[in-house]
Design a protein around this ligand. Structure first.
Ligand code: NIG
Ligand code: FE
Length: 408
């Protein structure tokens, strides 16, 4: 099967030789896809080969499909009532401490049948493809019991097989202390370490393990124990760190060799330095800061200046960030993290691919790489975060197959 994307006005891809924030902008080219892979990029005056399908990208831009390296898509009910409570002055932390938040989602998740949750999850992950996202990292974390965490990871793995969006699973059994362990948190940590992690690893249900390391949730010591146990079982570490209060999460990520540290709104200078030295990837989630109505954003420029390769993500979840629109995250990251469009391209393609150990296959447009592409109806790259709140996707292509086309 050969597909030709012809008359591309701009082909934007990270310049892997030049490094973070440097991009290649090829003007007026065609791109040939052969059996799901990028075969070649060539000039308008070259002769065009015989193909099975032609896509006209005149006036449009082709980018690597976006990669969202931090999502929580497997949940049952939404939490718009808590959103209104926040408008009325309650904080996210207060709602959580009173038994809402993640624990609210957990109670509902446990009551629902696996097939019903799978059905709503299938529908909501379809939106990622519509926004040009071709791969997501997907976390469990609304089960918080062995059976319910397995249920969540099974949904991710099964959906990965039956629809085009690629989902890379992360075990997040340590998302919160569930209701029944509030008076014995050590017993829950023990359950995660001695029962859940070994089972998840044995059944190969996840590639990564994550912990919500935060004041009022898991301490740095508990997080260290959970993540180093996971590492012994072959799961690599990611960590929700320093979102609401400085808590040593970035330092812990560097100490144990976590692949990513995520959120990082309150991270210290020492934490930034440690991440840069150890090559921990900061995954920044400015949509969450925005949606929680907070004013302080992650110090992205300090991280980039220190030599960190920053990624951005939606953090899609029912509580603190409800959008699947990575293009909107570009705008918030531009305005609030002061990241430039060229950096945002890296931050939403190649770096998240690297954080998922998949950069040899996805995250850039090069001959031999998988044909995961998005065609955007934009005249230049600056236009993408500038015309905000829109969906600029004209077409999404996963493994050389058209999986979304804008109608009209
Ligand atoms: O990344 N921080 C922890 N987890 C999510 C929130 C989950 C929820 O509120 O349901 C986050 O923000
Ligand atoms: Fe999260």
């Amino acid at each position: 099967m050969r597909i030709l994307i012809k008359n591309i006005s701009h082909l934007f891809t990270p310049d892997l030789r030049a490094g973070y924030g440097k991009i290649i902008d090829k003007k007026n080219v065609h791109l040939l896809i052969h059996d799901g892979k990028i075969e070649k990029i060539f000039e308008f005056h070259d002769s065009t080969p015989e193909v099975d399908q032609v896509i006209n990208a005149s006036g449009k831009a082709v980018l690597p499909g976006f990669i969202d390296a931090h999502t929580h898509p497997v949940f049952w009910k939404t939490r718009e009532d808590e959103f209104v409570m926040r408008i009325q002055g309650k904080s996210y932390e207060e709602i959580a401490a009173a038994g809402g938040g993640i624990r609210n989602s957990v109670r509902k998740f446990r009551e629902a049948e696996k097939e019903a949750i799978k059905k709503v999850t299938r529908r909501r992950i379809r939106s990622f493809l519509e926004y040009g996202v071709t791969t997501i990292e997907a976390k469990s974390g609304y089960g918080l019991s062995t059976v319910d965490e397995i249920k969540s990871l099974e949904i991710i793995n099964e959906l990965n097989e039956e629809q085009p969006l690629e989902m890379i699973p992360t075990f997040l059994g340590a998302h919160e202390i569930p209701d029944e362990y509030r008076n014995d948190r050590q017993a829950y940590v023990e359950l995660v370490c001695s029962e859940m992690i070994p089972l998840v690893a044995e059944r190969k249900l996840a590639r990564y393990c994550d912990v919500f390391c935060e004041k009022g949730v898991f301490t740095a010591d508990e997080s260290r124990r959970i993540l180093t146990t996971a590492q012994k079982y072959g799961l690599k570490a990611r960590i929700h760190a320093d979102e609401l209060a400085p808590f040593g999460g970035a330092e812990l990520a560097a100490e144990i060799g976590a692949v990513t540290a995520d959120h990082l709104v309150q991270t210290s200078e020492a934490g930034i330095k440690a991440m840069a030295e150890k090559g921990v990837i900061p995954v920044l989630l400015p949509g969450t800061t925005f949606f929680l109505g907070k004013d302080k954003y992650a110090p992205a420029r300090k991280m980039i200046d220190a030599g960190c390769e920053v990624a951005i993500s939606t953090d899609f979840n029912p509580g603190s960030s409800t959008t699947q629109n990575i293009q909107l995250i570009w705008t918030i990251a531009a305005l609030k993290l002061k990241m430039l469009p060229e950096e945002l391209l890296w931050a939403s393609t190649y770096i998240p691919a690297k954080s998922l150990s998949s950069e040899d296959r996805i995250g850039a447009i090069e001959p031999g790489k998988q044909a995961d592409l998005v065609i955007l109806d934009i005249p230049n790259l600056n236009y993408l975060p500038y015309h905000y709140g829109m969906n600029h996707t004209f077409m999404t292509i996963k493994k050389g197959v058209v999986v979304f086309t804008r109608s009209g």
